[in-house]
Design a protein around this ligand. Sequence first.
Ligand SMILES: [Zn+2]
Length: 470
Amino acid sequence: MTHESLENLDPTSRATATDDLRDRVSAAFPALRADLEALVRIPSVSAPAFDQAHVAASAAAVADLLGAAGMPDVRLLTATRADGVVSRPAVVARRPAPAGAPTVLLYAHHDVQPPGRDEDWRSAPFEPTERDGRLYGRGAADDKAGVVAHLGALRVLGEDLPVGVTVFVEGEEEIGSPTFVDFLTQHRDLLQADVIVVADSTNWKVGVPALTTSLRGLVDCEVEVAVLEHAVHSGMYGGPVLDAPTLLARLIATLHDDDGAVAVAGLTSADEPAVDLPEEAFRTDASVLDGVRLAGSGTLTGRMWTKPALSVIGIDATSVAQASNTIAPRARAKLSLRIPPGQDPVEAAAALRAHLEGHAPFGARVTVVDGELGKAFRSPVDSAAMRTARQAFADAWGTEPVDIGVGGSIPFIADLLEVFPDAAILVTGVEDPDSRAHGADESVHLGELEKVVLAEALLLSRLGAAGPAD
Ligand SMILES: [Zn+2]
């Protein structure tokens, strides 16, 4: 099948090839699961306060697994930024493309988020534990299951792999991939690919696969409101002058309209998504308290994926414990703005700044310090690689995949597009809405993970059929 194009493959031979791979995946799965458990036992938290020896150990473990899976060229690599910062170790494992075949880059990351408090977990975060068909542990889903998905596809295809493959397993995604562009640039020749498969997102729900076709970008800033040179007695001077926290609260209140929609002029929205969530499911997932009304309008998915969202993520003011009868002279907040595909982060930051400066309550001094800028992502509606992926997903799950957005950002996706503008990017994942990535009781659904492995094996076998120029 590897030298015919997918469109020419009749449904019967496609089904036979799928069944054959499905059997191979199910035979390979117990060993893959054991490898996932071994990876979860390595507490590879990339946050600087944690022991980075574990991150090095997980990189080495991933390199060993890829070498044992038959990748002939496996390297542990770092990159150095202009300011001297050296990246955490990444693994790059390569197998060159057969003549005329495309090369596929398979991305995942081996670092994890801090575990949080042990008492919030039902079982210890770094001791993988199965309950009800799910494997619990920090990194069990995000993103060591992504590593295992790539590993599994390579194992079951073995010598039948019809494409060139480069596996790229990063070690600092959870701290925002700070040296990513440097890494891509310094190792460009190793990473060059026709198709990029990112396994770090989510499926729609258990039983329904998804391609992630849009991601919101992120703009943040700090805003300070100042009203006095110094604190004064609130009894002596209170009345003619409002304290800075009150004025900051009034300023923050202008950021949304009465329905709770973002009210900053110049921010845009993208089209409503094709799928929506029932309100009850959203309320349960987000733990919304009874009686609390939801903000904004339109589909819930649109509010999370294709419209802006603005949150106050920190406030500096006198703490309650330190409170005294004074009028506070200044107060500060950090704002986090999610922007939909189609909006430029520089423009969005300027719009937010203009709004804050233009709504200074009572003429208070408003100072805005710009923070991070992350681009939104929207994949092309259709491409040969996406059609092949959708068919592979449909065959693996027995149901059509849906296109989803994700409200959060994956900043490195924009970097990948920038360094490799001609590559087709497929954003896939192993998570489902119950995976609780970054939270306590993170887990992967083992039945879904097996389907992810099958889907990726089908995808790789069929991308070989399509040829590099398709
Ligand atoms: Zn991740």
